[in-house]
Every structure is written in structure tokens, then in C-alpha cells.
Ligand binder design. Structure first.
Ligand SMILES: *[C@@H]1O[C@H](CO)[C@@H](O)[C@H](O)[C@H]1NC(C)=O
Ligand SMILES: *[C@@H]1O[C@H](CO)[C@@H](O)[C@H](O)[C@H]1NC(C)=O
Ligand SMILES: *[C@@H]1O[C@H](CO)[C@@H](O)[C@H](O)[C@H]1NC(C)=O
Ligand SMILES: *[C@@H]1O[C@H](CO)[C@@H](O)[C@H](O)[C@H]1NC(C)=O
Length: 365
């Protein structure tokens, strides 16, 4: 190896190292990607923040164990907005809330909680009240369970005497489609705060081997940002590579060389890419690409092709007739157009399956 080659490869290795150490902690369980602050319990402790351990059931379903409230299926983790969407394995999240969801000992809190009072009524009394929600998964043949916002208890006077109060509990209000037993519970966390790092597609991680200080391998702790590393790689790396190739070329063809066709670019290793998939995902899509994704007007039947249900995974609102939905062509997941458009401007990835999406111009070329 020449001195040039040695210097270049040392440079290459040192510039790739930070992302490689973050790779060790990235794992997936089914379609759910798991990374800092979360870790699977069989991963190294330092891959995740304390109390953010998850387990992976049958290599398909991510499970969050809440110390005093049992196991929940993880529907989705939104690293960007620091939310985790969980559900009861039996699709009756409200039963779990009524049993008393005790989040002490966890880093999580309910997202936008609002107090609701639950009533158990004999069937005859289950008159339709405009603001009362009928909870199908808790109701039986001879009784129905209704919920009324706790600040609207004036409404309960119109409930007959055969209704009895079960309990008043906090319910995440973003959950507008909540009579659908398939809906879950949205939790949020504040610590550790990786929002800034996530928004820059950085690798949020511990700053050192001890302590709980969190940094971003994207430059705030390492001095060099990802962009400047690529900049250096291309500003310094390619010229060195070019010179190297030229030297080799000149040496081999010392007698008969042609400066018009230096064969140096062919030597660019496959592992160096101008832009990683993560970079692309963090950048978001341009308006033209988003507009090019197909839209659907919800019909009266409100039925969508599988694997969708009738709730928007972003705002958790149920689809109503005549609303405009947008589909991501790669995976055929549906969302409210308003919700997904905002998301795609920030992330070039499907929020459900995390498929990375290419800008339109690249797809057609
Ligand atoms: C999470 O990990 C910690 C430390 O490894 C352990 O004490 C705790 O029991 C784990 N919790 C769950 C729910 O696995
Ligand atoms: C949660 O459970 C623990 C242990 O049983 C208890 O000490 C604590 O008061 C409970 N918190 C709430 C809000 O119920
Ligand atoms: C509601 O009342 C019925 C009997 O009237 C009972 O069987 C049922 O378990 C009650 N449901 C709840 C959620 O309390
Ligand atoms: C519920 O209704 C059925 C008939 O629809 C009746 O046979 C049964 O005894 C009722 N159960 C209760 C607990 O009232």
C-alpha cells in the first residue's frame, strides 16, 4: 500500500465509524424499527435510555410492558414527535384505561388527556345522547357502556336511573375514533429529548459510556456534522482517490497514457454513497412529489382496501364520508391528505411501515 492509500483508508474508516456504532443498536421487530431511546431487552443496556425497554413477541409484535398495568402491543413509535402508540392485545384499550392505566415507573404520559365518566346502563336506557360515546367492546347484550366528558356531566341527568357510574378516567382526546375497539392509546415522552437530533436525521445516543447525557452523533458531540463529513469525503476523498487512480494509471501505462480518460471514478468504493437512505428520509418530499401521490375520496361505505382500517394513523381520527385521503403508492397505506402532506414534508418515509420514499424526479429517471 502506498502512503496515499493508507492515509485515505484511515480517513475513510474514521469518517464512517460513528454511524456504524449507531447501527449496532438499530434493530426491527416486524415492521417496527427500534432504536434509541428504545431497545429490545436483549440488546446492550447502553442502546436505550433506562425504562425504554421493549420485547419482541414471535419476531413480529413489539410489546411494551407497563409495570402496574401489564403488556401492550406497540402499534407505532414516532421518534420524530416522541409518541408511542400502544394497544390492548384484545383491541379494547378503554378496558385497560378503566382498569386504571398506572404509568408510574414509566417515562410516559398520556397525550392530550381529558377526563371522561363511564356509565353502565341497562340496554333499555342506552338512549342516544349527542356527546355520549357508546363503547362497543365494553358493552354486552343486556347492558351498554357509555362515556361522557367529565365536564359535561349535566348531560348525565338525561340518562335514566338504570345507568350507574363505573369510573372517571383520563382518556387521550386525540382519540376521536374511540368507539372503534381497534384504537389504542397515545403516549408521549419528554426525556430524553431527541427532537432536535431526529429532525436533523442524527443518531440520538448517549454522549459517553456512563451517565444519562444524550447527544447527537450528527455533529453536536463529534465536532463534525454528517454533512461536513460527506463534504470532506468528497472535497478531500475524491481528489485523493482521483490522484491515486491517476498515479496507478500513469504507472501502468507509463509509455502510453491518455489524460482524457483517467479511470479513477470506477475505483470509488460501493460503501460511499453521496446520500444514505436515512438522509433521504429525513429531508422530506417536495410538494410536487406529494401532489403526485394518489388521492381517494371517502365513500359512504367508508371502506378501504387492506391493510388499512377506518382510522387515520397520524391524527387517529376516523375517516368520514367525503374526506380526501392520500395513498402512499409503495405500500398502499392510506391517511388523511391533510395529515400525511404535513408529515411527508418532514419525512420521506411512510409513518406506518417506514418505507423510504424517493422524490418523484428520481423515481421516474
Ligand atoms: C428493563 O430493563 C431493566 C434493566 O435492564 C430491567 O431492570 C427491567 O426489568 C426491564 N423491564 C422490562 C419491562 O423488561
Ligand atoms: C400506581 O401503582 C403504585 C403501586 O401499586 C402505587 O403506589 C401508585 O399510587 C399508583 N399510582 C396511581 C396514579 O394509581
Ligand atoms: C355492566 O353491568 C352488567 C350487569 O348489568 C355487568 O355484567 C357488566 O360487567 C358491567 N360492565 C362494566 C364494564 O362494569
Ligand atoms: C340478558 O338477556 C338474556 C336474553 O336476551 C337473558 O336470557 C339473560 O338472563 C339476561 N342476563 C342478565 C344478566 O340480565
Amino acid at each position: 500500500m502506498t502512503l496515499f492509500e493508507t492515509i485515505f483508508f484511515i480517513f475513510l474508516l474514521s469518517s464512517l465509524r460513528p454511524s456504524r456504532s449507531a447501527e449496532i443498536c438499530r434493530i426491527s421487530c416486524g415492521v417496527q424499527s427500534i432504536r434509541f431511546p428504545f431497545r429490545l431487552h436483549n440488546q446492550p443496556d447502553r442502546c436505550g435510555y433506562p425504562r425504554f425497554n421493549l420485547s419482541c413477541k414471535n419476531q413480529a409484535q413489539t410489546v411494551l410492558s407497563i409495570p402496574f398495568s401489564g403488556d401492550f402491543d406497540v402499534v407505532n413509535i414516532d421518534y420524530m414527535f416522541q409518541n408511542i402508540w400502544i394497544n390492548d392485545p384484545d383491541y379494547c384499550a378503554l378496558r385497560r384505561l378503566l382498569q386504571g392505566l398506572n404509568l408510574s415507573g414509566t417515562p410516559f404520559a398520556l397525550l392530550y388527556p381529558q377526563s371522561f365518566t363511564f356509565f353502565n346502563c341497562s340496554t333499555a336506557s342506552s338512549t342516544e345522547l349527542p356527546d355520549a360515546k357508546y363503547i362497543s367492546c365494553l358493552s354486552g347484550r343486556n347492558y351498554s357502556v357509555l362515556a361522557i366528558p367529565a365536564d359535561r356531566l349535566d348531560l348525565s341527568t338525561s340518562l335514566s336511573t338504570s345507568c350507574s357510574v363505573i369510573a372517571t378516567v383520563l382518556v387521550p382526546i386525540s382519540w376521536t375514533g374511540w368507539s372503534n375497539p381497534g384504537n389504542g392509546i397515545m403516549l408521549t415522552w419528554n426525556e430524553p429529548n431527541c427532537l432536535f437530533c431526529e429532525s436533523r436525521a442524527g443518531n440520538c445516543m448517549f454522549k459517553s459510556d456512563t451517565g444519562l447525557d444524550v447527544g447527537c452523533s450528527n455533529g453536536f458531540t463529534n465536532g463534525l456534522s454528517r454533512r461536513s463529513r460527506y463534504g470532506l469525503m468528497f472535497g478531500v476523498g475524491i481528489p485523493i482517490l482521483f490522484i491515486l487512480g491517476l498515479v496507478i494509471y500513469l504507472r501502468r501505462k507509463a509509455d502510453n497514457y491518455d489524460l482524457q480518460h483517467p479511470n479513477s471514478r470506477g475505483a470509488l468504493p460501493d460503501s460511499i454513497r453521496p446520500r444514505s437512505r436515512l438522509d433521504a428520509a429525513a429531508k422530506g418530499l417536495d410538494g410536487k412529489t406529494i401532489e403526485a401521490y394518489p388521492v381517494t375520496l371517502v365513500g359512504e361505505s367508508r371502506r378501504l382496501p387492506r391493510p388499512n382500517d377506518n382510522t387515520c394513523p397520524i391524527c387517529l381520527g376516523e375517516y368520514q364520508a367525503k374526506e380526501t385521503l392520500r395513498t402512499i403508492p409503495d405500500c398502499e397505506h392510506y391517511f388523511h391528505a391533510d395529515c400525511i402532506d404535513e408529515w411527508l414534508k418532514l419525512n420521506a418515509a411512510c409513518p406506518l411501515c417506514r418505507n423510504t420514499l424517493e422524490p418523484f424526479a428520481l423515481t421516474v429517471s
